[in-house]
Design a protein around this ligand. Structure first.
Ligand code: AMP
Ligand code: MG
Length: 448
């Protein structure tokens, strides 16, 4: 890079999290790496965000997104948080291998976090090395961008850089650093961090901050903290319903991986399932199946209950009223989730208008898929190729099922139901395909 001039114009930082009390984080720079090499830079996202990086060379970008050059205006810090992992309280966690470079005000004044993951040890690293291996960095890059392509709220991938260093896991692996964009990196575990220390001022400062940053409409509600909780409940309900609609298994839904802004965050041992199996578990350390596909909605609700508990003192003037508010907010989750789920699944079946019986039709298809070892994505993709009147496309769809004939009745019911819709075959097919297009591409890439 030719001196600091280019750095100065990198992007307009405004680091509001860094203006919170010092106990919210630890300030430190990324640890430089020996030979940064840019693997991938998301030019399209940079453009959408309004980052002016066009004049920078690949070598410049590699230095910035490895943490070797800290841009002017950045105020790097590691965020403090805690969390429940696999249902047990783990105490303090925090950014053990991530550093928030700062917040950027992008196009239209939209604020986002710019975070490096794998950027070296921090005071929260415990026994970890602060680094990331290439494989997981590429996985997070591809899967998070696929999720975005599917219209699912997620953190985004801006860059992936090789460090030129090795990381030691079970074997020695190439080290890499991932640059992540998020609406915010605040988690349920951030609230728990303060609540579990009985630092109720901390909880309130954080809650006021989150309201101002992520849920501004809550500020004018009669009970702003209840409105904040309601906002997170709705965001998580919508998020998890959208995961279920694409067969996504997050794998590690610990409260430290549960985002307050309702974005999918921390792509660890995650997957889009192949053969549909409701109880599929993906993480090899999830021995009890806590984070199985079919459990994800319940777990989101459990995580939200931890948030409600952390906010409890703010929710009402006395204990009874606070508990009443928390219970009502958490109870509302199920209904909100069910509505999002039904709406999205109906769309996958090409149904625009809701009718009685739609839920049964969807559930029956899922049962048939499970009984016949049908691939989740291919089944819905196959369905999007079918017409109102049976034709030679039907066979390809039936062949996805172990016992093809077992789908015939269902297809008959589905076609009968489609008669109540007003859209043409081609309109319906186009909308159904739009829901799977990016996913098919990502799965192909991941299998390479
Ligand atoms: P995760 O499973 O990625 O959500 O991480 C859980 C916690 O472990 C977070 O506090 C991480 O920062 C921390 N962590 C994970 N991997 C490492 C590592 N290699 N070095 C230091 N901390 C880590
Ligand atoms: Mg995490």
């Amino acid at each position: 890079m030719n001196g600091p001039d280019k750095q100065r114009h990198l992007c307009p930082f405004d680091n509001s999290y860094g203006r919170l009390p010092e106990r919210f984080f630890a300030r430190l720079d990324p640890t430089p790496v020996s030979a940064p090499h840019l693997i991938k830079f998301n030019t399209k996202l940079a453009g959408e965000l309004g980052l002016e990086l066009q004049e920078l060379s690949r070598a410049d970008l590699a230095r910035i997104f490895s943490g070797n050059d800290v841009p002017v205006g950045a105020q790097p810090l590691a965020m403090a948080y805690g969390g429940h992992q696999f249902g047990g309280w783990s105490g303090q966690l925090g950014d053990g291998r991530a550093i928030l470079l700062g917040e950027v005000l992008g196009k239209d004044g939209v604020r986002f976090d710019l975070q490096l993951k794998g950027s070296g040890p921090t005071p929260f690293s415990r026994s970890g090395d602060g680094r990331a291996a290439l494989g997981p960095v590429l996985r997070e890059y591809i899967v998070s961008e696929a999720m975005h392509g599917l219209g699912i709220k997620t953190t985004r991938a801006l860059a992936a850089v090789l460090t030129g260093e090795r990381v030691r896991r079970e074997e020695s692996l190439p080290g890499a650093i991932f640059t992540r964009i998020a609406q915010s990196h605040i988690r349920v575990g951030t609230f728990e961090f303060f609540a579990h220390q009985q630092d109720y001022d901390g909880v309130q400062i954080l809650a006021d901050y989150v309201i101002a940053r992520c849920y501004p409409q809550a500020a004018s509600a009669a009970n702003p903290y209840r409105a904040l909780l309601d906002g997170v409940v709705k965001a998580q309900a919508e998020l998890v319903a959208s995961w279920m609609q694409v067969g996504f298994i997050h794998g590690v839904m610990n409260t430290d991986n549960c985002s307050i802004s309702g974005e999918t965050i921390d792509y660890g041992p995650c997957a889009f399932m192949d053969i549909f199996e409701a109880d599929m578990v993906y993480s090899s350390i999830d021995h009890m199946g806590r984070y199985a596909y079919s459990n994800q909605s319940r777990i989101a609700q459990w995580n939200l209950a931890q948030l409600a508990q952390s906010l409890l003192l703010l929710l009402g003037d006395d204990e009874d009223s606070a508990i009443g508010e928390a219970k009502a907010a958490i109870k509302a989750y199920r209904e909100i989730y069910e509505q999002f789920w039904l709406k999205g699944m109906a769309q996958k079946l090409g149904l625009a208008k809701e009718r009685d019986g739609d839920r049964a039709l969807i559930e029956e298809l899922l049962d048939l898929m499970a009984q016949n070892n049908a691939d989740f994505t291919l089944t819905f993709r196959g369905l999007s190729n079918l017409s109102l009147v049976a034709n030679d496309q039907d066979q390809a769809m039936l062949d996805l099922f172990d016992q093809p004939a077992s789908l015939n009745d269902w297809l008959g019911q589905w076609r009968e139901r489609l008669q109540q819709e007003s859209r043409s075959d081609s309109q319906r097919q186009m909308l159904m395909r739009a829901k799977t297009r990016h996913l098919s591409r990502a799965i192909t890439l991941l299998k390479r």
